[in-house]
Design a protein around this ligand. Structure first.
Ligand SMILES: [Zn+2]
Length: 232
């Protein structure tokens, strides 16, 4: 089990049965295995466990690999992570090309279609920037960060821009507020930091964000773009 495979199997019992890299050739019902193992195998103790995407993604393709004994597979693209993953030897798949998926979508069930000696997932990984297979476990360990949810974005922020517009709604189409329309607390902070009545939050000023909408945060005085401040 690993952090990566626990995301795929939602914590159901499994184990790594063959890591990425060179290995002895294995004879299977579908023919001999390749000497270089270009993915990681996870055995599921003979159970056809459902498999899930590790986060929001898009199904790039699904199909049957007739060149390798009829293995059923699904490729999922993860735009945030910049990788795509191959789920191979599936007993069946439950998604189709172009479908948007999330961590609760069953993409298919673990099986032994194609060249396989038992029920397992063969997981392959490629970077969206190009190139061949890389070790999924090593990639995950080194590069994975959890997705940031909108709830994680609420909290205290500090302005990094010279002046940050405060708007009546989450977007530039909403009107920017004047100094007198800001909260009493904000007015006090602005005067203290600059000595002037500025129409917006000023550099190094702190404020709280109580709700997030895309890249916009709602503060006591109105909405600001979170691109021009940082969470502290
Ligand atoms: Zn494999």
């Amino acid at each position: 089990m690993s952090e990566l495979s626990n995301l795929i199997f939602h914590g159901a019992k499994h184990k790594i049965t063959s890591p990425y890299g060179y290995r002895d050739v294995i004879e299977t019902s579908g023919g001999n295995s390749a000497p270089f193992h270009n993915g990681v195998d996870y055995g599921t103790f003979n159970v056809k466990l459902p498999q899930y995407p590790i986060e929001d993604g898009i199904i790039v393709s699904r199909g049957i690999d007739w060149a390798y004994g009829g293995a059923k597979y699904v490729w999922i693209k993860y735009p945030r992570l910049g990788v795509k993953m191959l789920h191979y030897h599936l007993d069946s798949y439950r998604v189709k090309k172009g479908q948007a998926v999330n961590k609760n979508t069953i993409i298919g069930y673990t099986g032994k279609t194609g060249k396989a000696t038992g029920i397992h997932l063969h997981l392959g990984l490629k970077l969206l920037s190009g190139g061949g297979y890389v070790d999924p476990e090593a990639w995950f360990e080194k590069n994975y960060t959890e997705p940031i949810t909108e709830k994680d974005k609420t909290g205290t922020y500090k302005v990094t821009a010279k002046v940050l517009n405060v708007r009546s709604g989450p977007g530039t189409k909403y009107k920017a507020k004047k100094f007198r329309e800001l909260s009493a607390d904000a007015q006090k902070k602005i005067l203290k930091l600059t000595g002037k009545k500025k129409n917006g939050y000023v550099k190094n000023m702190t404020f709280s964000v109580v709700e997030v909408c895309g890249n916009w945060g709602r503060t006591p005085s109105g909405w600001v773009s979170l691109n021009y401040c940082r969470k502290i």
